[in-house]
Design a protein around this ligand. Sequence first.
Ligand code: TA6
Length: 293
Amino acid sequence: MGEKQLSKLKHGINGMPYLELRHPSGAQLDIYLHGAHAVAWRNAEGRSLLFLSQKSFFEPDRPIRGGIPIVFPQFGDGPLPKHGFARVQTWTLLGADLSDKGSAEAVFELKDNTETIKLWPHKFRLELVFRLVAEKLEILFSVQNTGQTDFEFKNGLHTYFSSADITKTSVSGLAGNDYIDFLGGKTAGRETREKIRFDRETDRVYPSAPQMVVLEDGGNRQKMIVEKGGMNDIVLWNPWIEKSRRMEDFGDDEYKNMVCVETGNLRQPIRLAAGEKHLSETCLDACSSIRER
Ligand code: TA6
């Protein structure tokens, strides 16, 4: 890493290696090589912006519960491990440094290997670039088909945002958009709420969603702007009471302090020709707080 780099590789839970990516403003992002999984993001004032379950596993063959799980090449259940294998593979850290634009930048790579080929017979190269400044985190996600035949994939970021109080948390920007509700048999509907609030289990995909939604956490007056590019869909998820109890790596009451606002190509797969590359990104902007009413 470059001499001016503030970041360093460390050993974390169960001795698993992670990168502490630090920006001169004091903002910090901790990213485990396991799954290239960002588990903690603090802004320049030290506020923690991601949720991480106190009961998360940190084991080679289990996904970390919280932070920013990487979804690829499958979303949800199917022939592969749920949400695909990318989040339980060990990624390679290619580098971390201050970019010429002044952001703290880390690049991770995952290529096909004997394990992935057994699960999914395609050659690929994934690259994740995390760009951190005082109040923003940009994540660039590229998928390259390095094989000789086309393949289809779904990809995304299953981001767990922290919430001081789920009953005072809302997501706006989806009114008028169609959704599919994964609870109770995938019923379709059109969102009418300007501000979507969370008072029950929520598991909804908004296909072809707007490029920007706003998450407001009234509990600590935090506002997070979530912008996506090259990603069609948004998913909102909170497990609420019953599902929380059924999840062994999630505290019974932790639903009160998190909400997933997921961005990606999660409904319809992307088809990628041999040699082609697909680029997508998500920008998380925590710069503004909710104005006093
Ligand atoms: O994105 C929503 C969802 O598909 C939910 O159905 C729930 O299963 C969540 O993902 C968590 O999935 P995981 O495999 O991480 O437990």
